[in-house]
Ligand binder design. Structure first.
Ligand code: FAD
Length: 335
């Protein structure tokens, strides 16, 4: 390995790499170009029974080494043991930066690592200007800030939608080298009041993943009831092969599950097409979808703020517009 390294913390679930990991590696590649010189991008796979995922990471371009930290205590990737692993890696060797996706996974771990290393975290990076200068949104995306880190090591979460890349795993002739992390280095947590894993409840769906779907249809309070939300939004999503999102008001009213929320305190999406139905377009909602390529809004209020970020706006009653639209899609699909 070279003397200077960038560490990427790998996010995965059920033996599948998350696309957020691919984006984080792309951000690491851009950072490496800015730093210049001989720099290795090292990926950390932590967990239990990690052979499959480690091999999948070793096949990705731009990675020079994969550190495999396989230990029962890392099984659920709780912040405490994972942060301890990362800190032991980064204090033993020279790392210039630690990157993780700005997902719940990354947001759970990186602040702890930053605190343990006594450096500032740079959150939700959307652009890398140079080796130590980064662009990130603040105030729900109302302000875009350029920040320069004065720390010796940068701890960075990456907004995945800004570092998308199609990966060609066949482009590698030789896979990255896999290095086993000496798990006897893992601190003993039994004497500490740390969190323990109880249960994971994940929504299983046949639909595309909301965070990475190329089409998202999102419903708001205007849909009026859980039944109407389900009937109309499901029909629309089925026709378009889309993921279903929701405003916070729709989630709070029980129209849609929590993990469907788009916005400042929900998911950040940037699909090719975003259809907002009965959503007013509050600033906190826009923070999660305004980078969508094409936005279509259906709202009966012509002054609704959602129209300010829409490419196409349909002013009218969604209960008339949507069934008509679904009929048209039906006719179109039969042609
Ligand atoms: P409303 O604002 O009530 O809008 C409903 C819209 O439906 C209206 O524009 C109305 O004209 C239209 N409508 C009603 N009936 C019809 C009809 N029949 N046909 C057509 N149109 C119709 N919100 C988020 O979405 N995501 C977040 O992550 C988020 N985070 C927040 C964080 C904080 C700290 C705070 C304070 C707020 C947050 N919010 C968030 C809430 C946000 O401020 C809004 O309250 C919320 O987005 C409103 O949701 P809505 O547009 O569905 O509802």
């Amino acid at each position: 390995m070279s003397n200077v390294r960038i560490l990427v913390i790998v996010e995965y679930a059920e033996q599948q790499l998350k696309t957020s990991t691919v984006s984080t590696i792309e951000a690491a590649r851009q950072l490496k170009e800015h730093i210049g010189g001989a720099i290795d991008i090292v990926a950390l796979v932590s967990g239990k029974n990690t052979d499959t995922i480690t091999k999948a990471v070793a096949a990705l371009p731009d990675i020079s080494h994969v550190i495999q930290a396989d230990h029962p205590a890392l099984q659920d990737n709780l912040a405490e043991p994972l942060a301890a692993v990362v800190c032991s890696i980064c204090t033993a060797e020279a790392y210039q930066a630690i990157l993780a996706p700005a997902t719940t996974f990354g947001k759970n771990i990186l602040p702890r690592i930053a605190a343990m290393l006594d450096v500032a975290q740079i959150s939700d990076v959307i652009k890398i200007m140079d080796a130590k200068t980064f662009v990130r949104p603040t105030y729900a995306g109302n302000i875009v800030t350029t920040v320069r880190s004065l720390d010796t090591i940068q701890v960075i979460t990456v907004r995945s939608t800004h570092f998308t890349k199609n990966i060609d795993t066949k482009s590698r002739e030789k896979f990255a080298e896999i290095v086993a992390w000496p798990t006897d280095k893992l601190p003993n947590f039994s004497h500490l009041p740390v969190a323990s894993f109880i249960e994971r409840k994940e929504t299983k769906t046949e639909r595309p993943d909301l965070a990475t779907a190329s089409i998202v249809v999102a419903g708001g309070r205007g849909l009026g009831s859980p039944e109407q939300f389900s009937a109309l939004m499901t029909a629309l999503a089925d026709k378009l092969g889309a993921a279903i999102g929701a405003s916070r008001a729709a989630v709070d009213a029980g129209f849609a599950p929590n993990d469907a929320q788009v916005g400042q305190t929900g998911k950040v999406v940037a699909p090719k097409l975003y259809i907002a139905v009965g959503i007013s377009g509050a600033i906190q909602h826009l923070a999660g979808m305004k980078d969508s390529k094409v936005v279509v809004a259906i709202n009966k209020d012509p002054s609704a703020p959602i129209f300010q970020v829409s490419n196409y706006g349909l002013v009218g009653d969604l209960f008339e517009i949507l069934p008509n639209f679904l009929n048209k899609l039906e006719q179109f699909s039969k042609k």
